[in-house]
Write a protein that binds this ligand. Structure first.
Ligand SMILES: [Zn+2]
Length: 274
């Protein structure tokens, strides 16, 4: 199977061409034509953050949003912050505990909003699709409404820079999403986590908070033979934010413990293998 020599895409996830004798995927070809200036992105974020007086941190209790909360409070010193966690109904208990503990240690008020996203998860598992896009879209919409209701203009998130976009996004109603981890390396994040009372939960998939991801990846593997996180992780390698070895490991078929699979399927009212 042909593999991109710059990221971890292969023929299953991207079109691969031979350019100057090297195998390079289409996504890397676009990146080589329009590379992202890491310093410019970070500087843009610094300038934007200078004007932020009040903000919500979209706090999932996972490692990336934990880093975002730390940066907002301790590095950018936003005067008024609120950590808002949206529980989609199948969050790891450890993530909620992490969220409360870290928000407490940083002295940021913590709000937990509980919802039931069973419809999204059930459909994804039945069809062998990724639930992530629909889930994150719904969560951002809940947070946008919460922001408007409570007079916040900014929502800080632990997202990295997705495919060639800006580190901020204007949402309807004038709310601005700030992707505070744009172009930040995996190592930089881990260094920050060491300073906080954050306990890394053992969960399958590239997650530190979601119980659905493991079983969803497993189902996707059964149907498609690879991970639905492949392109996102390939982008992290391409941008130099994650090592190839680490990425290859993240892309292996996950080992989901029986208790987790059982819990998720039961909670969604699904029969395993249906
Ligand atoms: Zn590539």
């Amino acid at each position: 199977m042909l593999k991109c020599s710059l990221c971890v895409n292969d023929e299953r996830t991207a079109k691969i061409d031979i350019i100057d004798g090297k195998l390079i995927c289409r996504e890397c070809q676009v990146y080589l034509k329009h590379p992202i200036d890491r310093e410019a992105v970070r500087q843009g974020l610094d300038e934007l953050m200078e004007n932020v007086e009040r903000a919500i941190v979209a706090y999932s209790g996972g490692k990336d949003s934990t880093v975002a909360l730390y940066l907002a409070k301790e590095v950018y010193k936003v005067p008024e912050l609120e950590a808002v966690m949206v529980d989609h109904g199948l969050m790891a208990r450890e993530a909620i505990e992490n969220a409360r503990r870290v928000a407490g240690a940083l002295e940021v008020p913590f709000t937990l909003l509980r919802y039931d996203y069973s419809d999204i998860f059930r459909e994804a598992l039945l069809k062998g699709q990724s639930p992530c896009r629909a889930c994150s879209k719904r969560t951002m919409e809940k947070l946008r409404k919460y922001a408007l209701k409570n007079g916040y203009r900014y929502i800080i998130t632990g997202h990295e820079l997705p495919f060639g976009h800006h580190p901020y996004r204007l949402m309807s109603g004038g709310v601005v999403q700030i992707r505070l981890l744009s172009m930040m390396t995996e190592e930089e994040r881990l260094e920050i986590l060491k300073k906080l009372p954050f306990e890394l939960p053992e969960l399958p998939g590239y997650t530190t908070n979601c119980l659905v991801l493991g079983p969803a990846l497993e189902r996707y593997w059964e149907v498609h033979g690879h991970s639905f996180e492949h392109r996102r992780i390939a982008a992290l390698v391409r941008y130099g934010l994650m090592s190839r070895e680490r990425a290859e490991k993240e892309l292996e078929k996950p080992e989901v413990p029986e208790w987790q699979r059982k819990l998720v399927f039961e909670r969604l009212g699904l029969n395993r293998g249906s």
